[in-house]
Write a protein of this length. Structure first.
Length: 128
């Protein structure tokens, strides 16, 4: 019984010590001291701003087209189908695939990672 009491006292002491350390360390500090950067700061600090980014068009299912984004000679993104849509088919024409590949490269240069393409953006590009 005495051993159990000693263990209980030690456990309480450890909990109190941890609480004191926690409250001393984080007292009066905001949860996130780092300000959230705005889009201009993200674009200015993008590691891909001046990178060697290119694309290749790739054949996809049913005579459709996708694209491959290439960073410094290595494939960064392989997108054989229309992004954001179900199915395995790509774009109907090479021109459509090229528009989207160029759009994705512009997003990467701006620091938007991952460079997600929405259905609305595909509509705005006129590729749907």
């Amino acid at each position: 019984m005495t051993k159990n009491i000693i263990i209980a006292i030690q456990s309480v002491a450890i909990i109190v010590l941890c609480w004191l350390l926690y409250s001393k360390t984080f007292k009066d500090k905001p949860i996130n001291e780092q300000p959230i950067p705005n889009q201009k700061e993200i674009e200015a600090n993008s590691p891909y701003k001046n990178a060697n980014l290119t694309f290749e068009l790739v054949e996809s299912e049913n005579a459709t087209w996708g694209y491959k984004i290439i960073l410094e000679g290595s494939a960064m993104i392989v997108q054989p189908n229309k992004p954001g849509l179900p199915g395995n088919e790509g774009f109907k024409t090479k021109e459509q695939a090229q528009k989207v590949a160029e759009f994705v490269i512009s997003k990467i240069r701006k620091g938007q990672m991952p460079p997600t393409v929405t259905i609305e953006e595909l509509r705005e590009l006129g590729v749907l």
